[in-house]
Design a protein around this ligand. Structure first.
Ligand code: SAH
Length: 353
């Protein structure tokens, strides 16, 4: 049993079963035992790898898309360049390197990073030090400055706590985590008097499980504040689909799937993102697969250019990274990109009009 499992068991004995969201929040961000607070999750030695860690091309192309969107909006002279959940800071470093040549972009940008983990904030500071722009770290998207906003978030929404609801013959019940003897175990609440008014609930049939990620709705709404008031673009990249469809809570430990209740605090816990309700919050959105967006942004030409300087193993791993980011059977189809902007502005490059 992990230290966090003992604490959770104690909490459940005293206060009764907890929601999946409460469980996820403790597992990921508990100040002493949380996954993001205590671990270095990314990279070959970690539990999983992410698009910016796979290849510099991912951040370069997103950076250039954001810079083009900034130019399309008249190049506002003071704006926020932001990222939610920057991990090791690799994506922002690639964005900054790729946009160095865009006249005025760096000079006008105020860097803002929304990051909950103090340990990862320190890693991000180190990664970004060479760029000479001191970022501002924020606890919440709600703290983003009231200014034009150009923002990227990769695998941020999937780390936010979800609740799960099951349509049983007796009505909607919430999936809870309680104890079976000494062990954590899933169970169900009594039938609920009401559930949220959302398409996924309305369309459900008996036996269906619907997930709800209120913190994702809040984060997106908070990002849209500055964008609708002052202009800008947000790019959310994550795995998931248009609408919630079943249990997607998953745990990853050392690059393998794990039982989500087996190692609280020692495994990464995520859920697929439902983009439909998030897109609905924005005046204007674009939505496509990661493969399609990166292809429209020119990843094939960029990959070819980088390949010219490589040989042997380095070339093979570069070609594999290109495939991994774009091929439908790899990340190309499962991962989606949601672009959000204001009603009167064009979509950023990368999206079909
Ligand atoms: N974007 C990075 C890391 C993804 S992991 C990459 O693609 O490699 C998720 C990131 O979100 C981590 O940096 C984690 O610490 C941060 N995070 C998770 N929950 C958060 C929350 N509620 N508020 C702020 N940051 C959070």
């Amino acid at each position: 049993m992990t230290a966090l499992a003992s604490l959770l068991a104690q909490r459940i004995r005293e206060g009764g079963p907890i929601t999946v969201a409460e469980y996820m929040a403790e597992c990921l961000l508990h100040p002493l035992h949380g996954y993001y607070t205590t671990r270095q999750p990314f990279g070959a030695s970690g539990d999983f790898t992410t698009a910016p860690e796979i290849s510099q091309m991912f951040g370069e192309l997103l950076g250039l898309a954001l810079a083009q969107a900034w130019l399309d909006r008249g190049a506002p002279t003071a704006f926020t360049l932001a990222e939610l959940g920057p991990g090791r800071g690799t994506l922002m470093a690639d964005i900054l390197r790729a946009t160095r040549a865009v006249p005025g972009f760096h000079a006008a940008a105020q860097l803002a990073l929304v990051e909950a983990s103090p340990r990862l904030r320190a890693v991000q500071a180190q990664t970004l030090a060479p760029f000479g722009k001191v970022p501002q770290w924020l606890d919440h998207a709600a703290d983003l400055p009231d200014a034009p906003l150009f923002l990227a978030a990769n695998e941020f929404l999937d780390a936010l706590p979800i609740r799960q609801f099951l349509l049983t013959p007796a009505g909607w019940c919430e999936r809870l985590i309680g104890l079976a003897g000494q062990r954590l175990a899933f169970g169900l609440s009594p039938p609920l008097p009401q559930v949220p008014d959302a398409p996924a609930f309305a369309a459900a049939r008996p036996g269906d499980l619907v997930e709800l990620c209120t913190p994702a709705h809040q984060a997106v709404a908070q990002v849209l504040g500055p964008i609708t008031r002052h202009g800008g673009v947000a790019l959310f990249v994550d795995y998931g689909g248009w609408r919630s469809c079943g249990d997607t809570l998953q745990a990853l430990r050392a690059h393998a799937f794990d039982d989500p209740l087996a190692h609280p605090g020692q495994a990464d816990l995520t859920a697929h993102v439902d983009f439909e309700p998030l897109a609905a919050l924005a005046p204007r959105h674009g939505y496509d697969t990661q493969g399609a967006v990166l292809t429209r942004l020119g990843i094939d030409a960029r990959a070819e250019r980088l390949a010219r300087g490589l040989a042997g193993d380095a070339l093979q791993s570069h070609l594999a990274a290109h495939r991994r980011l774009t091929a439908p059977q790899e990340m190309g189809s499962l991962f989606k990109v949601l672009a959000l902007t204001s009603a009167d502005a064009p979509l950023p490059p990368g999206f079909a009009a």
